[in-house]
Design a binder for this molecule. Structure first.
Ligand SMILES: [Zn+2]
Ligand SMILES: [Zn+2]
Ligand SMILES: [Zn+2]
Length: 425
């Protein structure tokens, strides 16, 4: 590659927002300064958060998620730095069991043999003595696909967001009753804010990791003497108590729950932020096959190799006819889960929008030229030169390497206690 080539590639990648597989647009543009009309083709960043779709945009998204979590814990980027001293907890909520699946427990094993029959009624072993490697394709697969309740699992995913909302409300009520006041009274002095990230487990069930923070609205909240232990207690009880019924099925959380207070230290904030940021770019099963919507039942059978996730997706697709209000067909690729991967109460921290705008402003300040207006249509994905894609990838690696990834290993080690939660116990 000569110097001119390199310059041209750099400009092309830069103009496409450093995306790995930009969206190509074609159409006519009007130069608003001169009135001239000209046919134009250009590329824009896809801004897809999923790693399987676009490594560069997903890395930028993960970095943003990291900043959102970190500023919510320590302040900065418009968030008051006093948040660092507020009581905070880290909560992991899991789905119930819908049948035994291959997994790695905190002790390293899979499904223990229980007294009684060693096989299910379909003749399959009901235990597994294998110590699975981290990349074992068996992980998440049902020990017996006929025993596994696929319908129950898909329906649970479809109701998980509602369960979350009810749990937040219950935790707020618990906190008020613990200090002996009505919820409205407490609300005037103290607010419970959160940031939550959904993680799709290998068994195809969603679970939630959430940061909870208590903010004083007025000084004097310390009359109530609320600390992280108060948050932990309010959440533990809420998670156990909350349940609701829909069309004859009762929905509640699984029995595995992890609630831990977070210190005010920067170390804790970095660690938890990294842990959360890791999940926001993942698709179910980490693969491209579940990264976008399905067109048909056949599309599912052709695209999804993982047999367990394929059954989940097909089940969501088939249930769609009976359960129209849940819009399951459009969420077959998310196995019934219709919620956002990252949600937060508004006051928790800065937003993706704010971070994106800051980046646009920064880029605009480096560019000049007349404003354009036009109508364009989709003309495919990607760069003309495959080397541009590699270059975009390198850029985003450099960018992300300076923030999130640097602390990834450290956080992984320190949060190892969470590992046993990856599968139902
Ligand atoms: Zn992209
Ligand atoms: Zn196993
Ligand atoms: Zn069976």
């Amino acid at each position: 590659m000569n110097g001119d080539d390199r310059q041209r590639l750099l400009r092309e990648v830069e103009a496409a927002g450093q995306c790995s597989h930009p969206i190509r647009l074609r159409g006519e543009a009007v130069n608003l300064a001169t009135g001239e009309v000209e046919p134009t083709a250009f590329k824009v960043a896809c801004k897809d958060r999923r790693e399987a779709v676009c490594p560069a945009c997903s890395r930028r998204y993960a970095t943003d998620a990291w900043i959102i979590a970190a500023t919510g814990l320590n302040g900065g980027k418009g968030v008051d730095e006093s948040v660092a001293g507020r009581p905070k907890s880290f909560v992991t909520l899991t789905a119930p069991s819908f049948g035994a699946t291959h997994r790695i427990t905190s002790r390293g094993g899979c499904v223990q043999r229980r007294p009684g029959s060693a096989r299910c009624s379909h003749g399959q072993l009901s235990w597994c003595g294998v110590i699975h490697a981290e990349n074992d394709p068996l992980l998440g697969q049902a020990l017996c696909a006929d025993c596994f309740d696929f319908v129950g699992a898909v329906l649970w995913n479809a109701h998980a967001s509602r369960l979350w909302t009810l749990t937040v409300q219950q935790a707020r009520r618990n906190l008020a009753s613990d200090v002996g006041v009505r919820r409205e009274v407490l609300h005037r002095v103290v607010r419970m804010h959160y940031l939550k990230v959904a993680e799709m487990q290998r068994r195809g069930l969603v679970h939630f990791h959430a940061l909870i923070r208590l903010d004083e609205v007025e000084t004097g909240a310390d009359v109530f003497d609320l600390d992280e232990l108060a948050i932990n207690a309010a959440w533990r009880r809420a998670v156990k108590a909350v349940a609701f019924e829909d069309a004859g099925t009762t929905f509640r959380w699984g029995t595995v729950l992890n609630v831990q207070g977070l210190g005010a230290g920067e170390q804790d904030a970095r660690m938890v932020s990294t842990y959360l940021a890791k999940y926001v770019t993942k698709t179910s099963g980490d693969a491209l096959e579940l990264a976008r919507r399905f067109d048909s039942r056949r599309d599912i059978t052709l695209r999804v190799d993982n047999p367990h996730l394929r059954r989940m997706a097909l089940c969501a697709w088939d249930l769609a006819d009976d359960l129209a209000p849940l819009k399951l067909r459009g969420h077959a690729h998310t196995l019934g889960f219709a919620g956002q991967l990252l949600t937060k109460s508004r006051a928790f921290s800065t937003s993706f929008g704010a971070l994106r705008q800051a980046r646009i402003d920064f880029n605009a300040s480096r560019r000049s030229g007349d404003p354009l207006e036009g109508s364009f249509h989709y003309d495919g994905r990607g760069y003309d030169d495959p080397r541009a894609s590699e270059l975009a990838d390198t850029f985003s690696r450099l960018e992300a390497g300076l923030t999130a990834e640097r602390v990834a290993r450290d956080s992984e080690r320190r949060l190892d206690g969470q590992k046993g939660l990856d599968h139902d116990e």
